[in-house]
Design a protein around this ligand. Structure first.
Ligand code: AMO
Length: 435
């Protein structure tokens, strides 16, 4: 008789004899009969051990196992009314791959609430939980969907260096490293490189890669290493062109995740609320008013911080809008590479917020060499530190713009997770460097 290797979700009564591989989730010893719940990536299957029917050695080795040990079990399938799958496996052969130590640092199926720190310290066990595993399967589905949507829209996927000689997003969040005796940094974003690529004729590029910020703030949305999804496109008329493509991309990605990730969303008990495009646009000034109307004092020019973002998010939620752009930020609050709106003090930039949190920022870039240098000087940056970048603006640079999205924030907002760390397998923050 042939013996099939099956995952738990595909064991069928007709298989007669199967081999299953997994973790011992639970063992119940009732004297004459014992039950093992064996878990693999797809679910669980019941191994039933009637003492009289199972070979003595097999019985003994299985009932003395510890929870979360890994085993390979071959056995006969029998019908059962007592199990979810309507069947059980009576083992004929067992191979113990590794016996788990006791006590476990945390339970897998126990209902007790475990602190996020304990969970992150023991991520290898935490991610055995079907809900946690589903989050990371959805992240994979989301990234695959982004690649599909961007490629379908004519973007070329690129990779740019993560060890760099100068930062793009301000000195305060740069991680300095020793590069064979020279100063170097971990890239805060692919900003300067994706812009340089606009002068090559690869006029639509995207990148999904780690970005690093020496972010001292210990909040539920800041980490020191995150995955950035960057897009950049040339020949734009204004930042509006970038916003149009960005909302199309987000919309298509959310739809794809809803379809492709149905199984995982069901496990989490979630459904992604889809919002038709175009997304609403608020100006910075309108946001200041919304915040002031809520009783919080915010002056024109002040930063829209976490508290203010939340107020604006609540206001938009009351209009059933989860995703919305914020435009016309004061130039002073934006980096040197963003274009100023001629004759105003505003920048050609935008943020995209999702349920009261910034998930993306972008805009039209300053592509005119002289103005770019002037803007750097205005912000007290030394253009000589950026010659590798500014050179690309001297020999034919098209007008261009783009965005950067924190993938981890997009995921956590999409799933209403309370902390960005929930969406990162091994997060890095001001106090966490391990595991
Ligand atoms: P910005 O600095 O706004 O813009 O970053 C873009 C997006 O990256 C995410 N992000 C973070 N996520 C988690 N932890 C952090 N510490 C963190 N910092 C940033 C956010 C944010 O919206 N070069 C520009 C983008 C562009 O103009 O193309 C940039 O990096 O989701």
């Amino acid at each position: 008789m042939t013996c099939l290797v099956r995952d738990s979700s595909t064991v069928k009564i007709e298989d007669k004899i199967v081999t299953v591989k997994g973790w011992v989730q639970d063992i119940k010893n009732l004297g004459g009969i014992s039950f093992i719940t064996l878990r693999d990536r797809h679910g669980t299957v019941q191994i039933t051990l009637p003492k009289k029917k199972v070979e003595k050695e097999t019985f003994k080795s299985l009932v003395t196992l510890t929870r979360e040990s890994t085993v390979i079990i071959t056995g006969e399938i029998q019908k059962s009314d007592q199990t979810a799958l309507g069947l059980e496996i009576i083992p004929t052969d067992v191979k113990i791959c590794s016996r788990a130590d006791t006590p476990l640092p945390m339970g897998v199926v126990d209902k007790v609430n475990v602190e996020i720190d304990t969970r992150l310290n023991n991520r290898f066990i935490d991610a055995r939980r079907p809900d946690v595993k589903s989050i990371f399967e959805l992240k994979s589905i989301m990234i695959k969907s982004i690649v599909d949507v961007m490629t379908e829209n004519g973007f070329v996927q690129v990779n740019t260096p993560k060890i760099v000689g100068s930062g793009a997003e301000g000195g305060s969040t740069l991680f300095k490293i020793d590069y064979f005796g020279r100063s170097a940094y971990l890239a805060q974003s692919p900003q300067l490189y994706k812009q340089m690529l606009m002068s090559t004729g690869l006029d639509r590029v995207f990148e999904i890669s780690p970005a690093f910020r020496a972010e001292k703030s210990n909040t539920s949305r800041h980490v020191t290493e995150f995955i950035s999804f960057d897009g950049e496109l040339a020949w734009i008329d204004s930042q509006k062109d970038v916003m149009n493509i960005l909302e199309t991309v987000i919309d298509q990605v959310l739809r794809k995740v809803n379809e492709r990730g149905k199984e995982q969303l069901d496990i989490l008990g979630k459904k992604i609320r889809l919002q038709p495009v175009p997304y609403p646009v608020l100006t910075y000034k309108e946001c200041v008013k919304i915040v002031n109307d809520s009783g919080i004092d915010l002056k024109d020019g002040d930063d829209i911080g976490t508290r203010e973002e939340k107020i604006i998010g609540d206001y938009m939620a009351s209009k059933r809008k989860d995703l919305y752009f914020i435009t016309e930020y004061p130039s002073a609050s934006k980096p040197f590479y963003i274009m100023n709106k001629d004759g105003t003090s505003y920048s050609c930039s935008f943020d995209l917020d999702f349920k009261g949190q910034e998930i993306s920022s972008g805009g039209q870039r300053e592509h005119r060499f002289d103005r770019l240098i002037a803007r750097m000087k205005e912000l007290e940056l030394n253009p000589n530190d950026f010659v590798f970048y500014t050179s690309a603006f001297r020999y034919g640079m098209p007008p261009h713009g783009g965005w950067g999205i924190g993938i981890d924030r997009l995921l956590t907002k999409m799933l209403d997770l309370p902390n960005v760390r929930e969406g990162i397998l091994f997060p890095r923050d001001v106090s966490r460097l391990s595991p």
